[in-house]
Design a protein around this ligand. Structure first.
Ligand SMILES: [Zn+2]
Ligand SMILES: [Zn+2]
Length: 451
């Protein structure tokens, strides 16, 4: 199956997994059991979140526990530009609080963060400590006071894993978010999943150059390791990188379709939204015989007062990092912000899906794709700095891209690729009066594209 080839290409392209060659190619991806294949299960996870190790609000134990207690099977605490190692330190993303006298920290390890009397980014507040104590008891927070400053010790990744991971129930994967941007302020963030070693943010003039060089650096540094690279929230803060950037970088195989953090900006009326971004890149890739790009759901939570906006559900034989990353590489997962698929099947020509209906109501399946004769041109519009948005150039694309090929009112449907289709993907929604388009549809879920 072409999807298996894609997975192998992906693993090769990311430099991921020396053991990839040892993975038995799946004869069928979609839940069809054969005598040689283990039964597959759906695992819900989030590969992008923040804790007090960077600028997330809760202490890491509290954050990890939240996911474990709320039905997630796996997570990666992907803090900004830091791995939760045992190196003794007092600084990190957006803060630096070395103690006036370091003698009190002799023999100590890990990150120590100062409790701030006033709120502000990315501070640790007494309320975050109270929240921990309430959940895990007074002994769960270790403090050292130097002068008038109280330092709190952050639990390391290994300690978090020892405390929360449970074989077959809850898996933790190490990783981090590489965070920074171009000199004009355009942000380029990427996640490295299943790595522990970080590297300095690669400065360059354009998002394209940053993405290209960061990807290449990952290949070099993590060579032979089983890891996942994805490009984060292209719309944040405001059209920060373009579909054209990922068209120019076919080696980037996964991006964030859904992400909590969209900066509060309204999308430009002519500009792309994340679903359109996805179709623009995949129309080009399919037309040029390149492997398609997968769309990931993440919540990128900083404040846990808000519910998570998206996650991903991965089909794998077991809850282990290698299986999950291989399934993601193969595109055997979906993005969701509230709905689930009971079934996703593709036999090389026909994509069939079934909604796992959570409650009464009207459900719709949209099969979305792009035709071979689509208009692939783009034009640029210049947006001036506004009250909330920075100045940007936005690439605008044809309406030919990402069209609804077929709609099914109901909970089960299929679409057979026509000779003039480049690819097809399915989106499921619960129909309501205030259903929004594109990535803001909710509740909804998105399969990966199939060709
Ligand atoms: Zn980010
Ligand atoms: Zn983030």
């Amino acid at each position: 199956m072409s999807r298996n080839v894609s997975r192998r290409d992906f693993l090769k392209a990311t430099g991921a997994i020396a053991t990839a060659a040892a993975v038995t190619p799946q004869s069928m991806l979609f839940g069809v059991e054969t005598t040689t294949q283990a039964k597959k299960h759906w695992f819900k996870g989030n590969l992008h979140m923040h804790t007090q190790w960077s600028d997330g609000h809760p202490l890491a134990e509290w954050a990890v526990d939240w996911y474990k207690s709320n039905g997630y099977h796996f997570i990666c605490p992907s803090d900004h530009n830091i791995f939760q190692s045992n190196e003794l330190r007092f600084d990190g993303f957006g803060f630096s609080n070395p103690p006036s006298d370091s003698a009190a920290f002799e023999g100590e390890d890990s990150l120590w963060k100062v409790v701030s009397p006033t709120a502000g980014w990315p501070r640790l507040l007494q309320s975050h400590i109270d929240q921990m104590v309430e959940k895990f008891g007074a002994d769960s927070v270790r403090t050292i006071t130097v002068g008038d400053q109280t330092y709190v010790r952050m639990a390391t990744y290994d300690e978090l894993e020892a405390q929360f991971a449970e074989p077959g129930k809850f898996l933790m994967i190490p990783g981090y978010e590489q965070t920074g941007g171009a000199p004009n302020g355009q942000q380029v963030h990427v996640n490295f999943i299943n790595v522990r070693e970080i590297f300095a943010y690669i400065q360059a003039q354009t998002p394209l150059e940053i993405l290209e060089r960061t990807y290449a650096k990952g290949l070099e540094l993590y060579e032979g390791q089983d890891y996942l690279f994805f490009a984060n929230h292209p719309l944040w803060r405001y059209y920060d990188f373009s579909p054209n950037d990922l068209i120019a970088l076919p080696q980037i195989r996964v991006f964030e379709l859904n992400n909590n953090a969209m900066g509060g900006f309204d999308a430009h009326p002519e500009g792309w939204k994340p679903e359109k971004f996805w179709d623009v890149v995949n129309a080009h890739r399919a037309a040029h015989g390149q492997p398609l790009m997968w769309g990931l759901g993440t919540d990128d939570r900083h404040s846990y007062e808000v519910p998570p906006k998206a996650w991903c559900v991965v089909r794998a034989a077991s809850l282990c990092t290698h299986e999950l990353l291989a399934a993601i590489a193969a595109g055997d997962f979906y993005a969701s912000n509230g709905l689930d698929f009971e079934e996703i099947q593709f036999d090389g020509k026909t994509l069939g899906v079934k909604i796992d209906v959570p409650s009464e109501g009207r459900y719709r399946i949209e099969f979305i794709g792009t035709k071979k004769d689509y208009d692939s041109s783009s034009r640029v519009i210049h947006v001036e700095k506004g009250e909330r948005n920075p100045a940007r150039k936005i690439d605008v694309y044809s309406d030919d891209i990402g069209v609804v090929l077929q709609t099914v009112e109901g909970t089960e449907g299929s679409y057979t690729l026509k000779s003039d289709d480049l690819y097809v993907r399915a989106k499921i929604v619960k129909v309501s009066d205030d259903l929004k388009p594109d990535w803001e549809s909710e509740p909804a879920a998105w399969t990966q594209p199939y060709a």
